[in-house]
Ligand binder design. Sequence first.
Ligand SMILES: CC(C)(COP(=O)(O)OP(=O)(O)OC[C@H]1O[C@@H](n2cnc3c(N)ncnc32)[C@H](O)[C@@H]1OP(=O)(O)O)[C@@H](O)C(=O)NCCC(=O)NCCS
Length: 241
Amino acid sequence: MEAQRVSVWWLDVSTVAETQWAALTARLRDDERARSQRFHFDHDRFSYVAAHVLGRGLLAAWTGIAANAWTFTADGFGKPEVAAPAWPRRLRLNLSHTRGLAAAVLTEDSDVGVDVEWLDRRPVEEELAPRFFAAAECAQLAAMAPQDRHHGFLALWTLKEAYVKAIGKGLAQPLDSFAFTLDPLGVSFDDDLADDPCHWLFRRLRPSPSHILALALRHPDPASVQIEARAMSVAELLTYP
Ligand SMILES: CC(C)(COP(=O)(O)OP(=O)(O)OC[C@H]1O[C@@H](n2cnc3c(N)ncnc32)[C@H](O)[C@@H]1OP(=O)(O)O)[C@@H](O)C(=O)NCCC(=O)NCCS
């Protein structure tokens, strides 16, 4: 069987010079540019632009087709899917942006999701874990030293978001219908979900000292998957036509 290739790129927004934003924004299509202008905070706009340029750069690098040629459609749950130009296989792209970091993942055919979080954000575990997490995840957090719970929560959160983004349902999928363990990394699904942990590959990455990233990929043979994961610079991103 042909090896499944997956590319994950991220861009640390703090590495982008003030003068480079115009060149990055010029890579977007009109609807994206218009949306980028509606963000109230510069930091939200920067992460949004970075994520969308990364996604387009990945598509250009993968296919050789210009970055701004790509169009997307969104399904009923809002998941964007690559619409055109035509490509022999189904291109699967997913984006994530948080304060200071953007990430994009691209593969063919398989469901894939990515999520990034900023570690310096306000702690929300006490509020959100009891509301959204499975009982086993809440117990895992409770067993951690108090100073580890913030990172522990965000590690679980990014994995859960990467999974619900990969299956395309977003928060329409109840987050307590599946549970991750961090050490060792694993997942279990409620019967209603009718999913199989053996058909999933999950990865936790640390793209910057202040950020974490989780990746979820559905694949019949997770051990055979080849992941290329790396930081991008603006200079390199702008080399794609
Ligand atoms: C929309 C959602 C899928 C991801 O939201 P998020 O984690 O805030 O945002 P991310 O930056 O990781 O991902 C957003 C991107 O996912 C993609 N996306 C949107 N809906 C999607 C879906 N149903 N499935 C997969 N991907 C989706 C889009 O490309 C979107 O980027 P865009 O809006 O710039 O086009 C959803 O799960 C959600 O709203 N999550 C809640 C976020 C939250 O409460 N965070 C608090 C954290 S502690």
